[in-house]
Design a protein. Structure first.
Lengths: 331, 239
């Protein structure tokens, strides 16, 4: 174990963990919100995120942003890419709800069936992205779509300049502009989601469905609508996370959602599934623990540390760190 | 007639919960459905609110067939229910619970809701003291007040009450029934489902007795209260 290394690089490992953790937290919100209203783990949420990473790159291509785009133009390009990513991921999430869940739940299918449907949908979405080249050529669209469908199973990189600049020093670690952008936007998005749930009429409808769906109907809450909106918001947050992830990591591929999805789901359970603030806490705790664990045991132990932490916390606190549901939470 | 139920049958799973029941609720009245546990009283109310599927028969509210009307739309039309077991939202404060009752109203500004809050808090002064507390921390009687008050916040024409006296102390039961009379006197039509037949019949203009999913007796409240069979089975022999 590399105690000396962790000691010397604590700030770097810690802040790196926070950056990753805020991406986890944003994705975790989608898991936790859907769980809140449906008591269902939307396992295809990882692919909602993955579609966002591709939308980010494609949006940048579309407006011709490349390594020479700098300054204000770069900021605007990234902002545009994030909006495109949020719309794409939100759309995929809505589609999932419509195709993979609603028909089952309407017929009163057990949650286990919906869970299997979720896993199936996850494979379909991931492979659809991985086979987009073959799909396009079968439809005779290979030439029209060109680079958008080329090398479907390989990594796709960010086209824009990824040089980072150190903005200030924190305990000996140079905090970069990208670090700041990722953490600040993630926190802003989470605050917005939290306020939406607390303050708006629709947010209150979401809380009512989470606490008692039947009584919510008696209040005139349209539960189908509330469920749709929940998927949409979760999807949009995953889309925002996707752009931040691309800024930080710089590349994606058709199966990039899997690991991130599992981690974000872990973060949601760690914080207390069904609890919005739990997703935030869970994401950050997981990110930091992973960062420090990777420093202590070596990077190949990163995932082991994450899951050992999950098991330990659930042994002592089965409901997670903040352990109360979206329904019962006073949010 | 505000509500006309005709030949209504509803299944619960594969079991027939109610069979071919018909009854009327005239505008401005208090109508009660009495009967034992499992007779189908709650199912009837849930079906009127749109939570259960009609197998056969019809429900007509204010001249309009409700067959194709969704549950949330029915609340907008003026049908509001305080469900069995109260169904309060435990994580919301008393105020938020009451505001949930006004969910379907177009104008939900503080000013628009103020008269309704005043009406509810005048009927249930106890809730004024508890207004900021999570509803989950309230006593059973207080939760029942929240449930009824919340249903009133929708400004209903037809108020459905499912077992409002369940689990309450006798003194509190008296109080709740007095308030139901007051709500009715203020112009709201009430359809009341009760196991506490004595109290319900004393206040009802019209009453129906449900047994295993069928209506076996009907009449005015006092007629049923005087019926020997009703007295023997539901009123313990003395009213």
């Amino acid at each position: 174990m590399h105690f000396q290394y962790v000691f010397d690089n604590f700030a770097s490992l810690f802040i790196g963990g926070l950056v990753f953790g805020s991406v986890y937290a944003l994705i975790a919100l989608g898991y936790t919100m859907v769980y809140g209203v449906l008591q269902l783990i939307n396992f295809a949420h990882s692919e909602v995120f993955m579609f966002g990473t591709f939308a980010t790159v494609w949006a940048l291509w579309l407006i011709g942003a490349d390594a020479t785009t700098m300054g204000v133009a770069l900021v605007l390009s990234i902002a545009f890419a994030m909006v495109a990513s949020m719309i794409t991921s939100g759309g995929v999430a809505l589609l999932l709800e419509r195709v993979a869940y609603r028909p089952l739940l309407k017929r009163g299918a057990p949650r286990l069936i919906a869970l299997i449907s979720a896993i199936g949908a996850s494979f379909v979405l991931s492979e659809a992205m991985g086979l987009r080249g073959a799909i396009a050529s079968a439809l005779g669209l290979s030439d029209t779509l060109g680079r958008y469908v080329a090398r479907s199973r390989e990594n796709l990189g960010m086209p824009t300049d990824r040089t980072t600049t150190v903005q200030f020093e924190l305990f000996g670690y140079g905090v970069t502009n990208v670090n700041i952008i990722v953490v600040v936007s993630a926190v802003l998005m989470m605050v917005a989601a939290d306020q939406f749930i607390r303050r708006t009429r629709t947010g209150r409808g979401i809380r009512a469905v989470a606490q008692d769906p039947e009584t919510a109907s008696l209040m005139g809450v349209n539960s189908t609508r509330v469920i749709q909106i929940t998927f949409l918001i979760g999807g949009m947050l995953a889309g925002a996370a996707a752009t931040l992830y691309m800024l930080h990591i710089g590349a994606t591929r058709y199966n990039a959602g899997f690991l991130l999805g599992v981690k974000a789901f872990t973060a949601a359970v760690l914080g207390g599934i069904g609890n919005l603030r739990g997703a935030l806490v869970g994401g950050l705790v997981l990110g930091v623990a992973e960062g420090l664990g990777a420093g202590l045991f070596g990077n190949e132990w990163r995932h082991v540390v994450a899951f050992v932490l999950l098991i330990l916390i659930l042994l002592f606190r089965p409901t997670g760190l903040l352990g109360e549901s979206l329904g019962k939470a006073r949010a | 007639m505000l509500l006309e139920v005709r030949d209504l049958s509803v299944n619960y799973g594969h079991i027939e919960a109610i069979r071919d029941i018909s009854f009327d609720v005239p505008e401005g009245s208090v109508v009660t459905l009495i009967g034992a546990n499992g007779a189908g009283k709650s199912t009837t109310l849930k079906t009127i609110s749109g939570l259960r599927k009609v197998r056969t028969g019809s429900i007509v509210y204010d001249g309009q067939d409700l067959a194709k009307v969704s549950a949330d739309r029915r609340v907008q039309m003026g049908i509001s229910q305080a469900p069995e077991g109260r169904g309060i939202f435990p994580g919301m404060t008393v105020r938020e619970n009451l505001e949930m009752g006004a969910y379907v109203r177009r104008n939900r500004s503080a000013a628009a809701l103020a008269p309704d809050f005043e009406r509810v808090l005048t009927l249930f002064p106890r809730l004024a003291e508890r207004i900021k507390q999570p509803a989950g921390n309230l006593s059973g009687g207080e939760q029942q007040m929240v449930a009824i008050g919340r249903a009133l916040m929708a400004q209903p024409r037809l108020l459905l009450l499912d077992e409002p006296s369940m689990g309450l102390a006798p003194k509190l039961i008296q109080q709740i029934f007095r308030i139901i009379e007051e709500i009715n006197a203020q112009g709201t039509t009430v359809l009341l489902v009760e196991q506490n037949a004595a109290q319900a019949l004393r206040r009802a203009h019209l009453a129906y007795l449900l047994e295993t999913g069928e209506i076996v007796r009907s009449g005015t409240g006092s007629e049923l209260a005087g019926d020997p069979a009703v007295r023997a089975a539901y009123l313990g022999g003395d009213v």
